[in-house]
Design a protein around this ligand. Structure first.
Ligand code: SF4
Length: 215
């Protein structure tokens, strides 16, 4: 069991190095200039492309600049503005709830704490990890999204569909300074080469170490 864990740790770090060499840099995927904007952009990115989120937030951020603006937002106006990101009713409810809790509980400042961030409607561990690493330079956890979940299983770094198990395993295998970039490189690779409908293994820099090709 111990050796298996060591192998997976080595594999995770080899993947990181190979993807770093391949892509050099990643992102930024979303446009933002402060923690509140990042929080809003990440909330809108659920089931939506980053390109579409950036188009929407370009207008949104001109009108809504503070947590109070979201807390006091007119539901219909906000729904109309974010409609094209999908699931707009739920996202609107979360954005207004987000504004309210930040105003009422956090003194109108986006919290920079993993647990407190998760008190905000719609914010789970994945979003909290992204906010902390990008907006506050705090590396608390790998953010496990659909790309990360799919690729780490294909490659063989973890064998689980349980997001929490994946998150804890990756946090153990990687150095904390690499938590954010690991997520970003896997997203980049999942979009460019290891695409969900048909992974392009023939073009993949991970072909010699990927479980999908070792079986
Ligand atoms: S070898 Fe194929 S399955 Fe494995 S990471 Fe690359 S593209 Fe994905």
């Amino acid at each position: 069991m111990k050796n298996m864990s060591l192998d997976k740790k080595r594999l995770a770090n080899m993947v990181l190095k190979l993807l770093k060499d391949e892509y050099q840099s990643t992102g930024p995927f979303l446009d933002w200039t402060n923690p509140l904007e990042l929080l809003v952009a990440v909330s809108l990115s659920a089931q939506c492309t980053d390109k579409r989120v950036n188009e929407v937030t370009e207008k949104l951020f001109k009108k809504y600049k503070s947590p109070l603006d979201y807390a006091n937002a007119n539901k219909d106006d906000l729904e109309k503005l974010i409609y094209s990101t999908g699931f707009y009713k739920n996202k609107t409810k979360n954005l207004i709830g987000m504004g309210k809790i930040i105003v009422e509980k956090f003194n109108s400042i986006v919290p920079n704490n993993f647990e407190e961030l998760q008190e905000i409607p719609g914010v789970g561990k994945k979003t909290a990890a992204i906010i902390l690493s990008n907006a506050f330079n705090k590396n608390i956890s790998v953010a496990v999204d659909t790309h990360v979940k799919r690729l780490v299983n294909l490659i063989g770094i973890v064998e689980s569909n349980n997001v929490e198990k994946i998150r804890l395993s990756l946090n153990k295998y990687l150095e904390s300074k690499n938590y954010a970039v690991f997520n970003e490189y896997l997203i980049t690779h999942g979009r460019a080469v290891c695409v969900a409908r048909k992974p392009q293994c023939i073009k993949c820099v991970l072909v010699n170490i990927c479980k999908n090709n070792r079986d």
